[in-house]
Design a protein around this ligand. Sequence first.
Ligand SMILES: Nc1ncnc2c1ncn2[C@@H]1O[C@H](COP(=O)(O)OP(=O)(O)OP(=O)(O)O)[C@@H](O)[C@H]1O
Ligand SMILES: [Mg+2]
Length: 313
Amino acid sequence: MPPIIQVEQLVKRYRKAEQNAVDGVSFTVAPDSFFALLGPNGAGKTTAISILTTTLTPTSGLVVVAGHDVVQDPDAVRRQLGIIFQKPSLDLNLSAEENVRLHAVLYGLYPWRPFYRLMPAAYRKQVDELAAVVGLTSAEMGQAVRTFSGGMKRKLEIVRSLIHRPRVLFLDEPTTGLDPASRRGLWEYLGQVRAQGGTTVFLTTHYLEEAEDADQICILNHGRVVSMGTAETIKGDLVQNWVRLDAADRDALAAELTALGRAYERDGEGLTVPVEAADVHALLRGIDTPLTRVTTHTPTLEEAYLEILERPA
Ligand SMILES: Nc1ncnc2c1ncn2[C@@H]1O[C@H](COP(=O)(O)OP(=O)(O)OP(=O)(O)O)[C@@H](O)[C@H]1O
Ligand SMILES: [Mg+2]
């Protein structure tokens, strides 16, 4: 199957900027997959997502989304996507539900009716379902968005972006400002959407655990791709597994490790030995000194991420 998103040598330089915000980025995204774009503040994530969603024009490079070039045919691209922006873009004077209704009507999903109760039953069912997912009550859906807290606005944006079944759902830090229960609710719902098939999820986030399950992770720094792969390959390339050992006779343990040809670091609480997971058993079998403690450590994506960003460019 051809990729649902194709990005080649994408460059964006803002007017009067000294450097490219996106500086020659290339990647492809498989249909129905989960793609996570990571990177520190200012890395170029929002810039890239804005180009992919046609709200910003590239300086150079090629971007094709769902078979359409974002520059040549932005309207065709827009019809295929849902977006949750980093900055809320709601009409504060309308009620929460009216914001959703307007969006649904603009996408040609439903005819316009001046009151919620006059809207088609399918629409009302969908709104109620989505509001429940993120934890907005029907009373809140009737309130003016002006009265909403930051987290409530975020939830409303999520409801709005999911009202039409997009082929690609772009989420720019969707869980920022959400409480833990709402975050979990959104993740469960996104899982359901993906399980039904037909939707690709393209996410940026600063919460690395949200990217652990991604089919592909792309890490940007200063507008460039610094690492790409699954969480496993990214971790495997970088962070060492290690085992922490301790013994009543620490000197004997240290001498034994040296005799076994093992590198280690020693501190006040024991010895740390870098070792591949598959090799832990052999290491422990080779030690005769009675051990008082054994702790194994598997790297997290966050450790790998921080290590990648510390590498010299
Ligand atoms: N409208 C703009 N005009 C000029 N420069 C901009 C504009 N928007 C962003 N930039 C610059 O482009 C670079 C990338 O910004 P961008 O918003 O894409 O980063 P980001 O990865 O989304 O960061 P964050 O994690 O903080 O959201 C930054 O150096 C930023 O200052
Ligand atoms: Mg951003």
